[in-house]
Each structure stands twice: as C-alpha cells, then as structure tokens.
Design a protein around this ligand. Structure first.
Ligand code: H79
Length: 606
C-alpha cells in the first residue's frame, strides 16, 4: 500500500516470521555476550535499535494527522452498563462490567454469544471518522474481557466462531478504512485477560497462584497480535494497554510488531508503566492532558461521554465546542487526540456521538489547516484560547470572543507580523499593532464561529518567544523543572505514568536545559538536584552552570527508572540581584541517557 505521503507500507510475509524468530535468539545471544564484555553498559541499548525504519520516519503520518477515532466494542456493549439489575455508575467505565460485578466466565461467555450487531456497517463507522476529520481508527480487537472481535485461529472465543453474527468485524473495518483512506489500527489488551486463567485480572474465577503468565503470552497474546498484523493489511499502529511485567516482555512485543510490519507504530503502553518508553510514542493517562508542551510525540485517549464501552445510562455528552477545544489544546501542546465512541449492541453508534462528530467535522473542514501538520506552540495558554503553529504561520484559536473585539496576544515579544486574517476569510485583512510585547488584533464585531474562530498570522519567519523568567518570593527556593526550563539538542520534555513529567534523552554536551532566573535575594544557596538513574548510567559527568559559577556532578545510581532521588550538590553564592542563567548539560558524550531529570532546587540559606 502506498500512503498519501508517498511512503510504502510493507507487510512482511509470515514465512519471514520464523526467520525473525530465529535471528532473535541469535541477537539476544549476541547482546548477552556484548553485555559480558562491556559490563553493564550494553544493557542500556535496546535490542530494537536495528530496524529498517527510524522512529522519525514511522512517526511522520502520526504527527501530521493529529486526530483519530477510538472504538470500544465488544460483549460489554451488549450489557450496556447493566448486569442483573446492577448498574455501572455513570462516570465509570462500562467495558469493565465483567470485573466490576465479578461476572463468572461461564455467564459472560453467554453474554458474548448474544453479540449480534446486525446493523453494523463498517463503511458507516469509517465515514463517521472521515466526516469528523479524523485520519486513523483504532478498534478494540481484544479488550480485557478476552473476547476477540475478529476471526482468530488461536481461540474460538471470537466473534466469528462464538456468535451467530459470524462476521469478522475487524476485517470489515480494515477493508472500509483502506477504501476511505483512513489508517486502520487496532487496540489489543496484551496483559489483561479475564477469560483466561493465565491472563491478568480475573481473581473471582481463577486461583491466581496457578497463573502461568508466560503461557498466556506465548499461547494467546502474542499469537493473536501476530494474526492481526498478518491477516488485516497494513496497520497504522498497535494500541497496547496496561503494560507488561518486564522490559524484556515489552521488547518481545515490539519486536513482534517490527518483524511483521516495520512501519507500524507501537504506543507507549506496551511496556511497564514504571519503566521508560519501549514504543514509539507516549500516551497520557486515560483522558490526561499535560501541563505545558511535551517534546516527545504523544497522544491522549479521550471520551465523548464518561465511558469507553457503551452505557445506556451515560448521556453526559460533551458539546462540539468542548471537543474542538480539547483537540486544539492537545495539538497546541504537540499531541494527538484519540477520541472514543462506544457503539451500541446493534452495531450502530449513539446518535448524539455521531451528531457531535459531524459538527466537529464541519469545523475541521473549514479550519483543518490550523490542526494538521502543526507543531506545539511556544506561546502560553491564553484565557481566550490557544495557539498552534505551522512553519511561518501562527493560528490563534479564539474560544471566548473579547467583549471589545480586540484580541490581546501577550508574550508576543517583537515577532514581526506580515498579515492577519480570519482563516475562513483570507481576503479580509485584520488590523493589528504591537505594543510592549503584546500583539493586538482587531476582530470583527460579529463572532464568526462560536466553537472556535481561527485568526491566521503570516510571519516573516518562525515564531521566537522569550523563555519564561523564574522569579522568587521571600525565602522561597527557585524550583527549576520541565515547565520553566528550555531544552536544547536531544533533551526532551516527556511523560511517563510513573515518572510524571521529566526530561531525558540527553547524551552529550550539545544537549542541555536552561532556566532564566530573576534573583532578588542575594547570598548563599543550597543546590539540590532530583533525578533517577539506572545502575549503568552511574558515573556520567554533568556540568551545572549558575551564572559565572560551574559545579560538576557525577551521576549516581538511584535504582530503577523513575526512582527519583534528591542529591546535594553543595552551596553557591548569588552575590547580585538581577537576571542569571542556569544551565545543566552532560560534560561528555555518552552512549546512554545522562539521567531522568526531574528538578533542580536553589534554596536560600543563612
Ligand atoms: O480501554 C479503556 C479502559 O478500559 C482502559 N484504557 C482505556 C483506553 C483501562 N484499563 N485500565 N484502566 C483503564 C485503568 C483502570 C482503572 C480502574 Fe476501575 C479503577 C479499574 C478498577 C478501578 C474504572 C473504575 C474501571 C473500573 C472501575
């Protein structure tokens, strides 16, 4: 298949699989020899580095497309939030109903038998995504309940062999996606399986002490992922959930995906939530939104009401404006918005969800230019809205229209503007002027779009914004972290379930974090740094420049990933009030990350 960007997506024939498996053994063997030779150092090197595509190439479409449709559909959709008179409260996930009421496997299996979405039409679902301006679709091929929504040869607990419906829903979606130009992707819960005595989660039917998780991985989870990557054409991404126990297990899954479809993306939840990223990009927590922009590719899974799987009780639908604002906010922070619909048991989508997505789509048809292909904006979150950026264009998204029809864009600096207009009325130029670092744009008196009116600014060059200034109250420490710091080189602002927001990926002196401080209290300061480092990163040197003074530090092992510790770096003196720069960077080039940086604290002492 050739994609619109000209790239080709090749699925390796299954024949090759055995080959990949064979070399994997050899590769692991090689890695262990290298590890023996080089001590712990090789440990930091993932065995996944030798693939035919780079993460940048794989991520191109994802970072351009921004907006995807998540679909949660399975036996839980039949129950629709109710089991024997017990209701899943609104606000809780209806697809968790089996676990919530400890429904015995034999009963849930009967529910699954009743799954018969007679009104299902793959083209209808895909056209809902298409009409909304979404570019990829992620279907739950198997959720935690263990039921496969495609024709699996691994287990007959699947929609074709188990139900009277007998159709391969995933296959029909894959075909419809290809026809309509939407990237086909699937969700697969690789660890949780409430139907299988060896999967995670079911402690009401099964004796957990007898659980053989390896058996589950080898006999069901991996073989099913293999089927899905072999029989359904090119897959845009695999959306794993809830992580795995060890890094090795996660790398096994990543290797399985790479071996079959080298261009297919892998989301961050393939690996343990307590460890650094194994996949291609990171997912926020369910419905999570970062504070400030992330520099690593990321996505937020979001819902239209308050559940993923359909609940007949939940009518708490977000209005189109809220969906548009969340999309814009996500994109303004460099992320992707994966928005869920839970279809009903008959195979149709709730009318309210479809209506909302159509309205979002109407907005996208007019304003898509301000979403697709944009990058994170360096401008702050404004009370009136958000900004997105593409090359020399800045898009100002107005969520709340100023009463005096003058839009005030603070923190603008001195960036020269060539022209301003509404995105939907390019011919009518808007008057603007700059005053003391604020850009003022004159808006028309009538609000063109109550959801979000976009003003496009044509610039003479890329937007440059002054770094944040970190100020100080009396006796207050300077707290220097990812939010107020500026990264350079490979140092990246990132997120991890356990690690929270942090900065890492820096390996050499050209990679740094800088803060701009305004000192008001002169005198002595205690300097402390908080970071996490694996054993094999121990001894890495870094330089910490505070104004004219430089401290050097050596990285100490703190434990596993994200086991942050706070270390004393000594005392310094800040003799003068006024601006100073603080910068931290690796002193030499390393084969590995310097550290997972959390914060630097300068505390006044007397
Ligand atoms: O598929 C959707 C969720 O079912 C899945 N991820 C999204 C994409 C998910 N897996 N785990 N979790 C979400 C987090 C689990 C939260 C829980 Fe609970 C809190 C499980 C038990 C308590 C929420 C509340 C679910 C049941 C009750």
């Amino acid at each position: 298949m050739v994609y619109p960007d000209g790239s080709e997506h090749i699925i390796k024939p299954t024949r090759k699989e055995t080959h990949v498996k064979g070399t994997k053994g050899a590769l692991v063997g090689l890695v262990s020899v290298v590890m023996l030779l080089a001590g712990m150092k090789a440990h930091a090197q993932s065995r996944l580095q030798a693939t035919s595509t780079t993460p940048d190439q794989r991520l191109q479409w994802f970072q351009h497309d921004k907006f995807g449709l998540f679909i949660h559909f399975g036996p839980y959709s039949v129950l629709a939030g109710e089991w024997q008179g017990h209701r899943v409260p609104v606000g809780n996930e209806a697809e968790w109903i089996m676990q919530r009421f400890n429904i015995p496997v034999k009963n849930y299996r009967e529910v699954a038998r009743q799954l018969n979405p007679v009104k299902f039409n793959a083209d209808d679902w895909v056209s809902v995504a298409k009409a909304a301006g979404m570019k990829y679709l992620v279907i739950t091929a198997k959720h935690h309940d263990g039921f496969a929504m495609y024709h699996s040869r691994v287990s007959d607990y699947n929609i074709v062999d188990w139900t009277q419906f007998k159709r391969d829903l995933v296959k029909e979606l894959a075909v419809a996606c290809r026809k309509q130009g939407i990237r086909f992707c699937f969700y697969y819960s690789q660890r949780e399986d409430w139907d299988d005595p060896d999967g995670y989660g079911n402690n009401w039917d099964y004796d957990r002490s007898k659980k053989n998780f390896d058996r589950y991985l080898e006999m069901k989870s991996k073989p099913q992922v293999r089927e899905l990557l072999t029989n359904y054409g090119p897959v845009g991404l695999v959306w794993f959930d809830r992580g795995l126990e060890t890094r090795d297990q996660a790398e096994d899954f990543a290797e399985l995906v790479r071996g079959l479809q080298p261009r297919c993306l892998i989301n961050g939840r393939v690996g343990s939530y307590g460890q650094d990223l194994v996949g291609d990009y990171q997912d926020m927590n369910d419905r999570g939104m970062p504070v400030g922009g992330m520099e690593e590719p990321w996505e937020t899974p979001q819902i239209l009401n308050d559940t993923w799987g359909y609940s007949k009780f939940d009518q708490n639908w977000k209005p189109p404006a809220v969906v548009i604002h969340l999309l814009v906010e996500t994109v303004s922070k460099g992320g992707n918005y994966l928005l869920n619909v839970g279809p009903m048991a008959d195979g149709t989508m709730p009318a309210a969800a479809v209506a909302t997505l159509r309205q979002v789509g109407a907005w996208m048809r007019q304003n898509g230019e301000s979403i697709y292909g944009t990058t994170a904006s360096p401008l702050p979150e404004y009370p009136w809205g958000r900004a997105t950026v593409k090359g020399d264009k800045v898009y100002l998204h107005i969520f709340s229209w100023p009463g005096d029809h003058v839009l005030r864009v603070s923190d603008w600096g001195k960036n020269p503007v060539k022209a301003a207009s509404l995105l939907v009325r390019p011919a009518e130029k808007l008057a603007f002027r700059q005053s003391n670092g604020t850009l003022l744009v004159s808006l028309p008196p009538q609000i063109p779009d109550f959801n979000d009116t976009v003003v496009v600014l044509e610039m003479a060059g890329p937007l440059k914004v002054d770094p944040p200034i970190v100020t100080q109250g009396s006796d207050m420490p300077f707290q220097l972290d990812y939010m107020n710091g500026v990264t350079a080189g490979k140092a990246w602002k990132r997120f991890n379930r356990k690690g929270g927001f942090f900065i890492s990926k820096w390996t050499g002196p050209e990679d740094s974090i800088t803060w701009h401080l305004l000192v008001s209290q002169t005198g002595s300061y205690k300097v402390q740094i908080s970071y996490a480092a694996r054993a094999e990163w121990q001894g890495g040197k870094y330089a910490l420049a505070i104004g004219q003074q430089t401290l050097t530090g050596a990285v100490e092992r703190t434990g596993e990933d994200f086991d942050y510790k706070t270390m004393d770096l000594g005392t310094i003196t800040l003799p003068q009030a006024g601006p100073i720069t603080v910068r931290i960077q690796p002193s030499a080039s390393y084969e590995h990350d310097l550290m997972q940086f959390q914060s630097l604290e300068l505390t006044p002492i007397y």
